[in-house]
Design a protein around this ligand. Structure first.
Ligand SMILES: Nc1nc2c(ncn2[C@@H]2O[C@H](COP(=O)(O)OP(=O)(O)OP(=O)(O)O)[C@@H](O)[C@H]2O)c(=O)[nH]1
Ligand SMILES: [Mg+2]
Length: 433
């Protein structure tokens, strides 16, 4: 069973650099002192064990980090935009889709063909930067040089990364429902969740585990209905053994007992014995005992009769009816409480290690037709999109940067002449340096 969400993530835009000049008494025209803009915030995913579904993001369409603040006078830098941290369940797989090609919010079915797998968050605490904020623009102070002592321009903040992502999670159960065949495990799962497992008045109705998400207000857990266990299951008798492996990954077990049977106490012992000898660490898991089918008269009578005996031998228990629904809310709350107790709370103090953004100097030049050439690459794009190429000084700065990056040389090699058009993302620059 899969849990899937699909949305856009946008890094914040960097703050603009400032254009300003020192103003002091008796100095009519001081030097440039415009500060830099702050970086835009990032959208960050952190994998945590204590969330089990993607449900809380099912209505999310866009996640936007905060923009950086613009630079100010007196070389004061603008503040960095706030990151948005997004906690996802451990086991989440992040896919990136081509932006603009698919509808946001509608999960793409053949994701392996349509998207690129960009992250496997399969360990608690893993951090993934989903969209980086844009760099802040430089203030005019930083464009001063001996031949241009009073730059009248600054650099704009760069837009943040914008991505269309799909996150998928293979559900792992938090709670395993165990018990003898016919104990009412599938019935309970169908009452608790949207799952529709097969229910039958005979043994071994369930042949493989069924998963369902159980909601309690804003909280939820995943429950798995298991095939029935029988005596000897731990030695390979019946269908149960194979599925003990599945139960192994759960945090809590609910042991269901059919109280309408002849000797429920003996039934409980059988299952407990199987769990203890299964060899899959099942004996170390918390087990919640739930006496089932209390709507049935015989079962109700047996609960009364055996109350003290069961309490003495096995401790506290819940009384429920998967049929009438009695006691199911209490049991779900208890299960959730145990799930929470058995997962470390890891969202606090998770260090966010941000890899440094290395300025990539690579770029590509592709001739489109006689007069148009496409230039792509992080650094040339950054300069092209953040300098005002209508402004003479800024334009000169741009061409100067292109020369230093070696872009100019590559363009010439590709046959670009003055007056030709160079496309840089959505921008068209007439090359005339
Ligand atoms: N009276 C009564 N009958 C129940 C209750 N819960 C389940 N049953 C019945 O018990 C039978 C078995 O229910 P299932 O939910 O299929 O039991 P199961 O534990 O999943 O059984 P297996 O998959 O075979 O291991 C069905 O006939 C159900 O209608 C209950 O609370 N009260
Ligand atoms: Mg069943």
């Amino acid at each position: 069973m899969l849990d899937v969400v699909n949305f856009e993530v946008n890094g914040g835009t960097g703050g603009n650099g400032a254009v300003s000049f020192r103003r002091e008494k008796f100095i009519p025209r001081g030097g440039p002192d415009g500060g830099d803009g702050g970086r835009g915030g990032d959208v960050i995913f952190i994998a945590v064990d204590n969330i089990s579904t993607l449900q809380e993001y099912s209505n999310t369409r866009t996640i936007q980090a905060t923009d950086g603040i613009k630079g100010r006078t007196k070389q004061r830098h603008g503040a960095t935009g706030n990151d948005v941290i997004f906690y996802v369940p451990t086991g989440s797989i992040v896919w990136e889709l081509v932006t603009g090609r698919y509808r946001v919010g509608v999960p793409v079915k053949d994701i392996a063909e349509s998207g690129e797998r960009v992250a496997d968050l399969d360990e608690d605490g893993m951090v993934f930067i989903a969209a980086r904020g844009g760099r802040g623009g430089r203030g005019n102070k930083r464009f001063a040089k001996s031949t241009r002592q009073t730059p009248m321009f600054a650099q704009k903040g760069m837009v943040g990364q914008q991505k269309h992502l799909q996150i998928e999670l293979k559900l792992l159960a938090d709670v395993g429902l165990v018990g003898l065949p016919n104990a009412g495990k599938s019935t309970l799962l169908s009452m608790w969740s949207q799952a529709h497992p097969k229910i039958g008045a005979y043994e071994f109705t369930t042949l493989e585990p069924n998963l369902g998400v159980v909601y309690l207000g804003y909280d939820s857990f995943v429950a798995a209905d298991m095939p029935g266990l029988i005596e000897g299951a731990s030695r390979g008798v019946g269908l149960g053994h194979e599925f003990l492996r599945h139960i192994e990954r759960t945090k809590v077990l609910i042991h269901l007992v059919d109280m309408s049977r002849e000797d429920p106490v003996q039934d409980i012992r059988i299952i407990q014995g199987e769990l203890a000898s299964s060899g899959h660490n099942l004996d170390k898991k918390p087990v919640i005992l739930a006496l089932n089918k209390i709507d049935n008269l015989d079962a109700g009578a047996q609960v009364e009769l055996l109350d003290a005996e069961i309490r003495a031998e096995f401790g506290e228990f819940h009384q429920i009816s998967g049929q009438s629904g009695e006691g199911l809310d209490n049991l779900a709350n208890k299960a959730l409480e145990q799930v929470r107790l058995n997962t470390q709370l890891t969202t606090e103090g998770v260090p966010i290690l941000k890899p440094r953004v290395t300025e990539r100097r690579r770029f590509s030049v592709v001739r489109q037709d006689d007069i148009t050439t496409v230039l792509a690459g992080e650094t040339p794009e950054w300069w092209a999109l953040t300098l005002d190429l209508q402004q003479e000084e800024a334009r000169a700065e741009f061409f100067d940067r292109m020369k230093r990056l070696g872009v100019e040389r590559e363009l010439r090699k590709a046959g670009v002449k003055d007056g030709d058009r160079v496309k840089i993302r959505e921008l068209v620059v007439v090359w005339d340096m």
